[in-house]
Ligand binder design. Structure first.
Ligand SMILES: C[S@@+](CC[C@H](N)C(=O)[O-])C[C@H]1O[C@@H](n2cnc3c(N)ncnc32)[C@H](O)[C@@H]1O
Length: 251
């Protein structure tokens, strides 16, 4: 793929996909967020009451609303103007969230050391300049503040990965290819939308976080809990490999 394709094109596609994407989201997000990401993200957070939190790449805003309902002071940024419109529309008047349109690679509109916690749920693999985004997150955190983010697991979700199936559709194993490719690739989400993702190796992620100045506190590769498996038995297959990885970092 043309390596000059970057964040601007990715956001154009998010703008046109925003309504379809948001239609899948309840106040728990979508199914994967309910099963894997919310329990993990929330388990990594200290109590959020009265904390200044940035939701970086908030989408339609379910996580911002969850945090605001727990009495955090929430600023929510997304580069897609349509996502911000939807997020505002889904937020009741009594829930005060400061929604802003902005690029996580350059949040000049927000001053240094403004946040105790930054969460970014499934966003970093969607933007081109992750080095710059990490630098911005570092700049925006108070000393001792935390940055928690989830991404597609870069070891398993690569530009060419997917189930190897028998002719009758039985899943044999998960194939991974092009792991060491770093850059943009296209992937279908939903029926027709081709979204842009940016792949990097696990080494690149970790070394870039360290170079930015972060201290790595924890990594979690979420698996479904017993309760979630009882509710959604089809997630049994997620014990075979990890779709997501979640990092907790300290400034
Ligand atoms: C997979 S969605 C996740 C949305 C939300 N965090 C959630 O968990 O529902 C990715 C979001 O990141 C936003 N995004 C992508 N690149 C961005 C950037 N450079 N700056 C801010 N938002 C960005 C997209 O517009 C989209 O809303």
């Amino acid at each position: 793929m043309n390596q000059n394709i970057g964040t601007e094109e990715a956001i154009k596609r998010w703008d046109s996909f925003a309504d379809t994407y948001s239609a899948n989201h309840t106040e728990q997000g979508d199914l994967h967020k309910e099963v894997f990401l919310n329990p993990t993200l929330l388990s990594l957070m200290e109590p959020v009451r009265n904390k200044n939190i940035l939701d970086a790449g908030c989408g339609e805003g379910y996580l911002s609303r969850m945090l605001a309902r727990s009495e955090a002071t929430v600023t929510a940024v997304d580069y897609s103007s349509r996502m911000i419109e939807i997020a505002k529309g889904r937020t009741p008047n009594d829930l005060l969230i400061d929604y802003r349109q902005g690029n996580c690679e350059d949040l000049y509109c927000l001053e240094d050391k403004r946040f105790d916690l930054i969460v970014s749920n499934m966003v970093i693999q969607d933007l081109a300049n992750y080095e710059k985004a990490f630098q911005e997150m570092y700049r925006l955190l108070v000393d001792g503040g935390c940055f928690i983010f989830s991404i597609l697991h870069p070891c398993f979700v690569t530009p060419e990965s997917g189930w190897e199936k028998t002719k009758d559709g039985k899943k044999l194993h998960w194939n991974v290819d092009k792991y060491f490719y770093e850059g943009v690739y296209e992937q279908g989400l939903g029926d027709k939308e081709k979204m842009l993702f940016f792949h990097r190796t696990l080494t690149s992620y970790i070394n870039t976080l360290i170079k930015t100045g972060f201290i790595l506190e924890r990594i979690i590769e979420p698996k479904p809990s017993k309760e979630m498996l009882e509710k959604y038995p089809s997630f049994e297959e997620d014990f075979r490999c990890a779709d997501f990885i979640v990092f907790k970092l300290k400034k």
